[in-house]
Design a protein around this ligand. Structure first.
Ligand code: IPM
Ligand code: MG
Length: 358
């Protein structure tokens, strides 16, 4: 029985809609298992810009740092699209990852049996299941390298530098190998080492690290090939280990293969047990506040938090089983509904998960 202090960034768009359901589910788990979850709301992204003039208030960083973990809905929206780069909501997201040292982003792409038909991939390729874990490096590479403008041969130029240190590669590779040991013991490291120096170092360090994990089969793949293989034969993958930018792109692709981006949670982890948990989907401003969003990705992110930050495996499993039960009962929000489904809204879906938890 524990007491856990959790910073909550509901964020923009559908963020508050889906996080509210997640908090109810965690509240129920607390009652059932005798844990106390203390939630503290903090601002980030567009909501922070509106309230404070900037996307990442100092107070937010402080409260997050003093918490046991962080939950996040989504940030961004057209309202802030005209803002200069430094002041965009996305900068808040990159900033908080960096400030909290969240270098390891785990993005599972899983197909739930009941939703297999939602995948855009042919049934003979996808079968009735898929379980890929994308391990994306989250605080280095081109998103955090030097950015700038200079005058060049043809006038103004802009540049962004891809930069990786051995240290950064090692620590993310370690996470991938450790994850693989708990899964199917297969790591595909994705790079572009036929062109990029940073990728050559990436590959060298990953090979070095693989010696610590003789049971894990390691393959290397160029990113262009990986993008193709994900569609051609996604079942060949277990853990995909890759850089910040490649992971950003491939995790969107992997999530779409499951056919239901509204179902996929993610964890961003620092050293130790600290983590930030958010759905993979964005803020979907067009359906915000209308009881339309699918809260399952966010509810499952709460389950990931229980597992990775608090070591509450049983409690995490109770949430995951409840979601599975709701799906098997054909209860669906609009994004995953078909003609046979009981169509529900965000709150009803949250309630259905609560009912299934019992
Ligand atoms: C993601 C998003 C972010 C990223 C954006 C919003 C900055 O695309 O979490 O994948 O690129 O990391
Ligand atoms: Mg992305």
């Amino acid at each position: 029985m524990g007491v856990y202090n959790i910073a909550v960034i509901k964020g923009d768009g559908i963020g508050p809609d889906v996080v509210n359901e997640e908090l109810k589910v965690l509240g129920r788990i607390g009652e059932k298992f005798g844990h106390t979850f203390n939630f503290t709301d903090v601002l980030l992204g567009g909501a922070a810009i509106d309230a404070t003039g900037g996307p990442i208030p100092e107070e937010t960083i402080e409260i997050c740092k003093n918490s046991d973990s962080v939950l996040l809905g989504a940030v961004g929206g057209p309202k802030w699209d005209h803002m200069p780069g430094e002041l965009r909501p996305e900068r808040g997201l990159l900033g908080i990852r960096s400030a909290l040292g969240l270098y390891a982003n785990l993005r599972p792409a899983v197909i739930h049996k009941a939703l297999a038909s939602a995948s855009p991939i042919k049934p003979e390729i996808i079968g009735d299941s898929l379980d890929i874990l994308v391990v994306r490096e989250l605080t280095g590479g081109i998103y955090f390298g030097e950015h700038g403008y200079r005058s060049g041969k043809y006038g103004e130029e802009a540049y962004d530098i891809e930069n990786y240190s051995e240290f950064e590669i090692k620590r993310i590779a370690r996470v991938a190998f450790e994850s693989a040991m708990k899964r199917n013991k297969n790591v595909t490291s994705v790079d572009k080492s036929n062109v990029l120096e940073s990728s050559k170092l990436w590959r060298k360090v990953v090979i070095e690290m693989s010696k610590d994990y003789p049971e894990v089969e390691l393959n290397h793949m160029y990113v262009d090939n990986a993008a193709m293989q994900l569609v051609r034969n996604p079942k060949q993958f277990d853990v995909i280990l890759t850089s910040n930018i490649f992971g950003d792109i491939l995790s969107d692709e992997a999530s779409q293969i499951t056919g239901s981006i509204g179902m996929l949670p993610s964890a961003s982890l620092a050293d130790g047990a600290f983590g930030l948990y958010e759905p993979i989907h964005g803020s979907a401003p067009d359906i915000a506040g209308q009881n339309l969003a699918n809260p399952i990705a966010t509810i499952l992110s709460g389950a990931m938090m229980l597992r990775y930050s608090f070591g509450l495996e049983q409690e995490a499993k109770v949430i995951e089983d409840a979601v599975e039960e709701v799906l098997n009962n054909n209860i669906r929000t609009g994004d995953i509904a078909d003609e046979n489904s009981v169509r529900v809204g965000t709150r009803e879906m949250g309630q259905a998960v609560l009912d299934a938890i019992g």
